[in-house]
Design a protein around this ligand. Sequence first.
Ligand code: ATP
Ligand code: MG
Length: 432
Amino acid sequence: MAQLIKKIKGTEDIMPKESYRWQFLENLMRRQANAYGYKEVRTPVFEQTSLFARGVGETTDVVQKEMYTFSTKGDDSITLRPEGTAGAARAFLEHGVYNDGLPSKQYYLTTCYRYEKPQAGRQREFHQFGIEVFGTKNPAADAEVICLVKGLFDLLGLTGIRLEINSIGCPHCREKYHQKLKEYFSQYKDRLCETCLGRLDRNPMRIIDCKSPVCSEVAKDAPRMLDFLCDECKEHFDSVKSFLDTAGVEYEINPSIVRGLDYYTKTVFEFVSDNIGAQGTVCGGGRYDGLLEELGGQPTPSLGCAMGMERLLLLMDNSGIEIPQPDTTDLYIASMGEIAQLKAFELADKVRKTGLSAQCDIVGRGLRPQMKFADKIGAKFSLVIGDNEIAENKAEVKNMETGEKFSVSLNQFDKDFTAIVIETQTQKIAGI
Ligand code: ATP
Ligand code: MG
């Protein structure tokens, strides 16, 4: 026998028996995005490497260590998207979306790729739901993005997720802060990890985000950006908080959130849970007022956030939230003999045209295995046809749950079956 080929490390299959969980989540996300007027954007899975180098930032972990980068036959460097914002921002500029009226509110549901050490809540291929708002610097937009996400968690029945917010200022006030940070971290040069030593000159704020225990220990007493905000950034942050207060959204201020993108400005935030182990950040985002300019566009203040679908599903599991099982097939038509199999094929099609779902035998099995299969797929009703039923144009539909039987005419089977389904549903609702 040929050897089985296995999936690649850090990737997961989503099998038919569990895909309904994903669809449930995706449907709610789409619904929530629509409720706020966000429209879906779909961008390619690979882009020019330079897009991420510029759009995510050269000094970030993502660009320095985590990207899947390849050379094409023509020697171009391309990268599998490690996140969704850079592609959405590129497409926004490339398609001149700023002419369609701003703000442009977009969402995406996509796979992302990062070369990381796989563990619970951390994969090499993972899924994100993200939203972006292009073209507004108003703090109401920051609050709207946060409220959309909070509302989604509420819809899912999730509790105990903390919202942590911070402001990391603008290039103007950050200059002074960077200076202070450099001075602070320079005292601990002998303790910082190699990556952070490299960050010391170029982007000292990244050190605060370092996952190494020693660096985080050193970073604990580092100066806080909040104490260096200019008047405009301070006002902006205060206003975001007022909008959140008005919306009744609770938050904590966490001065150590700096986020992984280089072009974040002003508001940054994370939704964190203690219920899913070490990878507790379910959603992260913030304002990136400098990004579109960095990508060659006009200055376009913008913001967004993304959540990890795997971590969200894990959290739902750990919180005991049950995802409704999908509807099973309404009708299974079993047949005996070749002529009956043809008839079953025809009837199943008629039923489907009424909007109900139906299956018939496509294996050529005997009656018993067919009925076993009907049980296995959880068919709500079944119908058995053979030569007699066809000759008499009559058969019996069986309610698989109650055993109740209904006589039907094969001539107008679609009509008869619809009536049975409606009657059964009415009785169920009335509690008969
Ligand atoms: P982390 O600190 O966990 O590495 P991050 O800052 O790299 O997260 P973002 O780039 O902000 O994460 O991505 C947004 C969200 O995507 C995260 O909050 C998380 O839920 C999810 N996510 C990020 N990387 C992974 C991964 N490798 N596997 C699964 N989910 C991920
Ligand atoms: Mg990461």
